[in-house]
Design a protein around this ligand. Structure first.
Ligand SMILES: Nc1ncnc2c1ncn2[C@@H]1O[C@H](COP(=O)(O)OP(=O)(O)OP(=O)(O)O)[C@@H](O)[C@H]1O
Length: 940
């Protein structure tokens, strides 16, 4: 674009870089910039005048142009008024003289350059035609794949995660609670869902709210796993951005911020509320405490965001951590209309248990007897009415899935338990009973905190470190297991700091601390230092905050310097090591002073709940029942009879609850979450894509063509580097070069290697770069085919059937831009040109050839266009059928389900109906355009 271009309001321009926007109109001009509105896609862009990547669309006498009202004009003369063109001519429909001003041109018009280029002798190398065709063909194939957003994630393929991700990620505005047990990959599931929602256009503005301590970890996981670059917002960033816009949150599409920061800044809460979001994600959602008369500030902040945002994902491993009422309240955040009253919810929950009992033969794959059928008829009559014959395993399976779908919170809550997932290493408890020091006068203790943490009492704070036998024990343990890394967790920051200082002074062993008194940057630094395998700290000493959300599975030794009072917290602590990715058995070391409150807890957890060596999903419930007795025991740790009573009561309760859980409602939930039997085909598709050679082959040629150098590096890796002959700027390509791999295994082991897949932005950008440019629009070449006479020629054409729609319609599911390739021989007959070896023809000869063949080529182009239209009609009617079939079936399914399960919102059904109407119109308005032509002449 030259700087002296005269822009005027109303002029029509096409984007050279984003052709999918349709025809734009200039709506604002100022000293340096212009604003262009693209009505077909309802988007606008602001460009600097001097660098606007735009081409003006103008017509000349003889052209036919379409108006916004749909009539066409055959142009006779063109004049200009205030910079805007006025076309005069004859209307095709009424045959009357008419005028069409440039601002009223149809927004769907696109520049149809290939013929113009061909007959004006603008040719490229013939290979470009194939590159264009393959780029379209591959893009077309991937756009319809059910693997979008998942195939490109740098993760191991774990079925329960993929199931949740595909189930939730493909919904419109999903509102769900991801509640897998600790360390099973909720963050990964959320990443996959967000990635899918973004790549398919369902969401573009995403807000993630997490405890401040987890900001950096989330930032890294989003970037490393799914290539999404979130921006962390804190106070200083907001202050800096205030000069640029009224609302700082309008500056980025993908934002990550801390819950604690947000709740302590009312102004930011207001601003974040006013910025609109498509998807809200809240991690460690158990912090959102709620009681009917006293919701917490955290709860209220998230509640108002959740009300204003269509999609909401809440993540927590311990949904009941703050009590069942708070669990209800989180479901209420997701669907306030459905979860309006706690007692009604409790009532419904008891029904799910009955339903789960009734379906247990189905879960085990058994046939149903008359009694089972009668029970199900009573509990789910409408579903049972759809199944006349339940004799085949397939019909029973279909019934089971329908019951799961209808099950109260089944669509809303996903919970996977470790017990159902294989491959976790074992956990071993090492208990170390130590003698009582005189300093702690345990007989005179009166409060629980004094009993649990005698070292924190004011009068011993300077003395305990020399007197407490756990300290000496720790100082001995570290050299003994050296160089093994140790994560130590204790309840208080002060304890961690004093211990760290003692280790430093007395042993010189490398240590780091991690507690709430440190800034986020300091904490990340400490975690990093601990993670460094060679130069890092041997031990990281964390206060309780270290036990939440963090990934420390590279360590295998955990020291619990004290024990927390609740089983959920204990599980959170062990979960730092016991996570996906842990490669060795986990050694849990617990030093306790004999006859202390801590020794009671040790016994209770180990003998009462077996919570060290296995996860104890029922621990929270047992705690609720025995809390009083447990506290009493902690205060009187020498009363062995009382202890025996507590342990036996807890054991009994625990086994009862476990039995109920195994048979009960959670089993149904679990089955739903793991997607038993439903994820296999997706998994197979991803595995097939992983091992297919299409992408490496295609990308290799594409990178070659656009001027990216590829150098083999070994271990299935390549280095990509820009060269001086690059045809343009490729976003995402590191100017210094970058290492990539097409292999999942390599990508998951080598962190700094990019994982190239059909989802990767570099592949998308490279394809876009070619398709939005003119390369290959017209080309001429030689083929060598000795079975044909010398001089025989062929016209190859590439047409694209496409339609324009706002991203939210996700048109690409049904009609992605579809390439139609037609090749005609010299007689105008369809030909499938067998050879793909082309040679370039010198410019001069090419020009002479085209000059000589112009009349025939024009005729052949005409017939190719007719053929393309016929084929397009075919494709279109299939797309229409597919769209109506898919959306129609989904509407029907939700309508049927809604009768049983009010968790299905009216808005979900209404949304699908509106989509169907809008898509029908968009498909009808679709259009076939010539994208590229190639003339090949036989010269054997
Ligand atoms: N599919 C996977 N491939 C590779 N690594 C994974 C996969 N799933 C999970 N992980 C790793 O396992 C660990 C646990 O996953 P994640 O943090 O998502 O679990 P979580 O359920 O959110 O844990 P928490 O309950 O502690 O918050 C992380 O280090 C994560 O990177």
């Amino acid at each position: 674009m030259s700087t002296d271009t005269q822009f005027a309001i109303g002029q029509r321009w096409l984007s050279n870089t984003e052709t999918e926007l349709g025809l734009g109109a200039i709506i604002r001009i100022d000293f340096r910039s212009i604003e262009v509105l693209y009505p077909a896609t309802e988007e606008s862009r602001i460009y600097t005048k001097a660098e606007a990547p735009l081409t003006r669309l103008t017509f000349a006498a003889g052209d036919t142009v379409k108006s916004q009202e749909g009539w066409s004009l055959c142009v006779e003369t063109v004049s200009e008024q205030q910079g805007v063109l006025i076309y005069q001519g004859i209307r095709e429909d009424t045959k009357e003289a008419a005028t069409l001003a440039e601002p009223h041109l149809d927004h769907h018009i696109r520049l149809n350059q290939p013929e113009k280029r061909l007959f004006n002798y603008q040719f490229d190398h013939p290979k470009w035609f194939d590159i264009r065709y393959n780029a379209f063909a591959n893009q077309h194939k991937h756009a319809q794949s059910s693997t979008i957003g998942m195939v490109g994630a740098r993760i191991e393929l774990i079925p329960h995660q993929l199931h949740i991700a595909s189930e939730v990620g493909s919904r419109y505005a999903p509102r769900v609670l991801l509640a897998d047990e600790v360390g099973l990959g909720k963050t990964i599931e959320a990443a996959l869902i967000i990635h899918q929602q973004i790549l398919t256009g369902r969401a573009s503005r995403v807000l993630i709210v997490v405890p401040d301590t987890l900001l950096h970890q989330w930032l890294v996981e989003m970037l490393r796993r799914v290539n999404l670059a979130f921006a962390i917002y804190d106070e200083s960033r907001c202050v800096a951005l205030e000069d640029e816009s009224d609302n700082p949150f309008d500056n980025d599409q993908l934002i990550l911020c801390g819950l604690n920061w947000l709740t302590s800044h009312p102004k930011r809460q207001q601003q974040i509320q006013q910025a609109s979001w498509d998807l809200l994600v809240v991690d460690e959602a158990h912090h959102l405490a709620w009681a009917a008369d006293e919701p917490s500030v955290e709860y209220q902040t998230i509640e108002s965001l959740a009300q204003a945002t269509p999609g909401v994902l809440l993540l927590t491993a311990t949904p009941d951590q703050l009590g069942h009422e708070s669990h209800f309240a989180r479901l209420r955040l997701l669907d306030p209309a459905r979860f309006y009253d706690y007692n009604t919810f409790l009532n419904e929950e008891s029904q799910y248990t009955a339903l789960a009992d009734a379906v247990s033969p189905l879960i085990d794959g058994d046939a149903l007897n008359q009694e089972d059928i009668a029970r199900l008829n009573q509990l789910a009559p409408e579903i049972m009415a759809q199944f006349d014959d339940l004799s085949s395993p397939e019909s029973r399976d279909a019934l089971l899935h329908q019951l799961i779908d209808c099950h109260g919170t089944g669509r809303l809550l996903f919970r996977n338990r470790r017990a159902a997932i294989e491959g976790f290493p074992s956990r071993h408890l090492h208990a170390y009973p130590l003698p009582q020091p005189e300093l702690y006068q345990i007989d005179t203790i009166t409060s629980l905190s004094e009993a649990l943490f005698p070292e924190r009492q004011p009068d011993v704070q300077d003395l305990w470190i020399d007197a407490d036998p756990r300290v000496e024990w720790l100082l001995n343990l570290l050299p003994e297991i050296k160089p093994a890394k140790v994560l130590l967790i204790c309840a208080h920051a002060g304890t961690a700091q004093q211990l760290a200082e003692t280790i430093r002074v007395r042993t010189g062993i490398r240590q780091a601390v991690f507690h709430e008194g440190m800034s986020i940057v300091e904490r990340d630094k400490a975690a990093h230092y601990f993670a460094d395998p060679d130069e890092g700290a041997q031990i990281l000493l964390c206060s309780e905050i270290g036990s939440e959300g963090r990934n420390f599975q590279f360590a295998h030794h955990l020291v619990l310097f004290d024990l927390p009072l609740t089983p959920d917290l204990l599980e959170q602590r062990i979960g730092r090591l016991d996570r996906i990715g842990q490669t060795e058995d986990i050694q849990i070391h617990v030093p306790v002073i004999e006859e202390s409150a801590q020794s009671v807890l040790l016994k209770w957890y180990h003998e009462g709940l077996n919570a060290f060596e296995q996860t104890c999903p029922t621990g929270g419930k047992v705690f609720e029942s025995v809390e009083e007795s447990l506290i009493m025991n902690c205060l009187t740790p020498f009363d062995t009879d009382l202890q025996a009573e507590l342990i036996s009561q807890s054991q009994q309760l625990n086994s009862e609850l476990k039995a109920r859980l195994d048979a009960g409602r959670d089993k149904l939930l679990e089955l739903n979450a793991a997607g038993v039997g439903r994820v296999d085909s997706l998994l197979e598709e991803i595995i097939a894509l992983d091992s297919a050679a299409d992408l490496p082959k295609f990308a290799g040629r594409l990178f070659d063509a656009i001027g990216v150098q590829q150098e083999e590096k070994g271990q299935d890796c390549f280095i990509l580097r820009p060269t001086e002959s690059m045809i343009g700027h490729l976003p995402g390509l590191d100017p210094e070069g970058m290492t990539v791999t097409y292999r999942r295994r390599t990508a998951t082991t080598l962190e700094n290697v990019h994982f190239l897949t059909w989802d990767h932005p570099l592949v998308h950008h490279a394809i876009e770069m070619v398709l939005t440019d003119i390369y290959g629009k017209s080309s001429v070449g030689f083929v060598a085919d000795s079975s044909q006479p010398k001089g025989a020629y062929y016209l190859e054409t590439l047409f694209i059937l496409s339609a324009k729609a706002p991203p939210a319609l996700q048109l690409e599911r049904f009609l992605p831009p579809t390439p139609i390739r037609i090749c005609l021989d010299a007689k105008g007959q369809s030909s499938d040109l067998a050879t793909s070896a082309h040679r370039k023809i010198g410019r001069k000869i090419a020009q002479q050839l085209i000059q000589a063949l112009t009349p025939q080529l024009q005729q052949h182009l005409h017939s190719a266009r007719e053929q393309a239209h016929q084929e397009a009609n075919h494709v279109l009617s299939e797309a229409m059928q597919r769209m109506q079939g898919t959306l129609g079936a989904e509407i029907q399914r939700l309508t049927d389900l809604q009768k049983q399960n009010p968790a299905i919102r009216d808005s979900e059904i209404a949304f699908l109906q509106t989509q169907m109407t809008a898509l029908t119109k968009v498909l009808r308005d679709s259009d076939v355009q010539l994208d590229a032509v190639r003339v090949l002449v036989n010269n054997p």
